[in-house]
Design a protein around this ligand. Sequence first.
Ligand SMILES: [Zn+2]
Length: 429
Amino acid sequence: MQPSDMGSLMETLGRDALGQLQLRRFQMVLERMLGTNVFYSEKFGTVGVTRPNDVSSWEDFSKLPFTTKKELSADQAGNPPYGSNLSFPRDEYVKIHQTSGTTGEPLRCLDTEESWDWWAECWATVFRAAGVGPSDRVFYGFSFGPFIGFWSSYEGAKKVGALAFPGGGMSSFQRLKAIMANDITVLVCTPTYALHLAEVAEQEGIDVAGSSVHTTIHAGEPGAGLPATRARIQRAWGAKTYDHAGATEVGAWGFECGEQTGLHVNEGEFIVEIIDPASGEPAEEGEVVITNLGRPGYPVIRYRTGDRARLVTDPCPCGRTYARLDGGVIGRVDDVMIVRGINVFPSAIENILRSVPEIGEFAVDIYRTAELDDMVIRIEVPRGAPEEVAAAAENAIRNALTLRARVEAVEFGTLPRFDLKARRFTDHR
Ligand SMILES: [Zn+2]
């Protein structure tokens, strides 16, 4: 029997059968785009793929070239305003969103009515797996703009019958009042913002841990998969915290089940691969490569997400056969920093700092002085003795990473706050 938190029988299919279905669906995507989608027709023409039947096995699939964000951006710049990765006449598209543009010009992506509905279905999978349904009231702590993040979630809420409250254009205090007044049960926002809201609540004397919020779902940036960050959000909100992963170019591809044994990939709608970012060969841990199966009007095929993760394919205790990313998205493939000869991942530093309960917001700067690398971490200590907390953080980092960092406590409220794509790490070298 199918558990109630699943929307589709696909979720428990044997992996061979699932693979066959994915391949068949991929051919259906090819059928609808080859010939009309200039970007992919030209790209695949170079490897002799001109008909859907040219990809009839996983071996054929593995010979398809990867797609990068750089390529999509160059294509958009060369064919303004939307590029040539469009399979249908422009009039068929009804939604436009764009990437946040943190690494260059924003990339504009279009959806048809059909693919917008697909986005919502993918989010329904996220909600069902987190146990969200008709009795829930979902609040979005997000400034609704052209970034797709929470729009698709907002659409998805209606698929599971939940009531959706858009929290755009409000201050954090106004959002908190709305959460309390509407007996909100589910908070959807970035992990950073969930912590910030809890911080404001504490200053204002609002008891969010005692509120009706029983579930928080996080997207827009990694973090909810980090054990210490997750524990902190759960404690602050008195709720169960779920991680999610998605991208404007790709779709809402990752979700967590109640067992929380990693981030499931929605393999009914996406093909996931992990590659060694240097060689492009399959790997257990490396760069996440994704192909979407429900967006034929703006497909991405073997798309290099830049996300770093480790793939696990054994069955989950929840009953799903969908693969999982162990610990979620661990970071970006290009975000490793070499400090004094040691490889340091920002996620590792975040996890350490979040496990010191007295530390609030933080910022990390790396400098080079006299040929030596210096890592300076500024922390806010809303409660507790700042000097002692800074010393404890220095110790924790030295023990975990054998790295000496200088930790300085700064005045509360002086470090930047973020509601999307937090940027706490700056390499000045
Ligand atoms: Zn599971």
